[in-house]
Unconditional design. Structure first.
Length: 467
């Protein structure tokens, strides 16, 4: 054991680690000190800017900060960043503040700018550029000082983070996560979309991005020819997106290794000097286990659905489908797993897409369910040598809680497909904005009536007679 401070320990450190540490120490990662103007009263309405400063206003006050204040209580004070660039502004609930700092770039180049503070950061600017709280923004900066302006709102405690670092890798493939689900190999079939999430960490556009499956690196899998194959994509600075590819098992593939490893390659016409390679592993499932199918939705985004196949071959024209919609906090994989396999029916559990927690069946959610049903029709004709086709014109719509609403929504939209409808503990319609507290403001009440009308397609009491 050698103490870190001993001369011997330092001699054992590789010289390149010392050089990297010295370079990191020279480059400032956040302002040395923040100047805080607080507390500011929160605006009382959307149209009352007098109680809250905008970016131009805080710039003007900053230039004359030695002899300025705002209102009767707001004053300038200082706050110092702590570990990882996190700073506490000491605001009470509802109070607001502007913080101003100087970031010094040691040299010209691309910097990854991060600013975050869930529920705390309202706006953030580096010079003239607006930053995206919670997501890194790559910017080309000149050598010297750039002003940082961050607007805060007190919520429990007002802590925020600002950090800048060089853009070491311009384009990178992000690691897998729960929202990067891959298809699973089941009964000699894989269906049928794989994707990687790509992030452009440069300050310039990347164009002509495509995902490839090099044949020389993949013994058991090949690209599937499809008219729905995606065209090359372009990525703006700081943008991330999934990049998809349709695959199929080679017809001459015999014994499959499990898990099945894919070697993928990311290529671009502009902005990527050397192709990036990444490996993904597909799990294997055996009947009658539930498994995952992936497909491209109407907006070309990769989506996933849980499946259970029939336990015996389907007669012509195919086996009916039990379309099961999950409730809140239930992933599609668990929804399909909860069912026992059926002898003569497919179980399909799509993932409900929406801006609210990604689990609703309105808008994108119910469109994605229809896309999953169409994808199952194609997938089932490949599964098990084609002996298990799904008849998507005969559907039992079911689901629990929010999924019960989704089941009734789909059934009333396409009653011609319904063999049966079994919504469990589901609502009949969404809550209308006008059912909340009346504001007493005529303009606001009229706006609520317009919002009510926009929800009319999801008032299933109006169309329940369809089924």
């Amino acid at each position: 054991y050698l103490p870190l401070k001993s001369t011997m320990a330092f001699k054992l450190l590789p010289w390149f680690l010392l050089a990297a540490a010295a370079a990191a120490a020279k480059q400032q990662k956040w302002p040395e000190i923040w100047h805080v103007l607080a507390p500011l009263a929160a605006p009382t309405s959307w149209t009352d800017p007098a109680e809250a400063l905008d970016k131009q206003g805080i710039r003007a006050l900053w230039r004359m900060r030695d002899k300025s204040s705002w209102g009767q209580t707001a004053q300038w004070r200082q706050a110092r960043p702590g570990d990882e660039g996190r700073t506490t502004a000491a605001l009470l609930n509802g109070q607001q503040a502007w913080v101003v700092g100087e970031f010094k770039a040691k040299k010209r180049g691309c910097y990854k700018i991060e600013v975050d503070g869930p529920g705390t950061v309202v706006q953030a600017f580096l010079g003239e550029r607006m930053l995206s709280p919670g997501w890194p923004t790559p910017l080309n900066l000149t050598k010297g000082v750039s002003m940082v302006y961050i607007r805060l709102r007190g919520q429990m405690y007002a802590q925020f983070m600002f950090r800048a670092s060089p853009c070491f890798r311009k384009v990178k493939i992000l690691d897998d996560s729960e929202d990067s689900l891959l298809p699973e190999v089941a009964n000699g079939t894989v269906g049928d979309v794989v994707h990687v999430r790509v992030y452009n960490g440069d300050a310039a556009w990347v164009r002509g991005l495509v995902l490839r499956l090099p044949s020389e690196l993949n013994e058991h899998v090949e690209e599937a020819e499809s008219p729905l194959q995606l065209p090359p994509l372009a990525l703006a600075p700081g943008q991330a997106t999934p990049l998809s590819l349709r695959i199929k098992l080679r017809s001459d593939a015999t014994s499959l290794p499990c898990p099945l490893e894919l070697a993928l390659q990311l290529e671009a016409k502009e902005g990527l000097e050397v192709p990036l390679q990444v490996k993904r592993r597909l799990k294997c499932k055996q009947a009658p286990e539930s498994f995952l199918m992936t497909y491209l939705d109407e907006d070309s985004s990769p989506q996933t659905a849980g499946l259970r196949a029939p336990t015996r071959p389907c007669p012509a024209p195919g086996c009916p489908v039990i379309l099961s919609m999950h409730g809140m906090d239930v992933p599609a994989s668990r929804q399909a797993y909860a069912y026992n396999p059926k002898a003569d029916a497919w179980i399909l559990a799509p993932h409900g897409r929406s801006a609210f927690a990604g689990l609703n069946w309105q808008n994108q959610g119910h469109r994605s369910a229809w896309s999953a049903l169409a994808a199952l029709e194609n997938y089932s004709r490949q599964y098990g040598g084609g002996y298990y086709p799904a008849d998507v014109s005969r559907v039992v719509f079911t689901g629990h809680s929010n999924g019960g609403f989704g089941a009734l929504l789909l059934a009333t939209e396409r009653p011609d497909l319904a063999l049966g409808v079994a919504p469990l503990a589901g609502m009949i319609r969404l809550q209308r904005p006008s059912e909340g507290e009346r504001a007493g403001d005529r303009a606001w009440d009229l706006l609520k009536e317009i919002l009510d009308a926009s929800l009319a397609p999801y008032d299933l009491a109006l169309v329940a007679g369809n089924v």
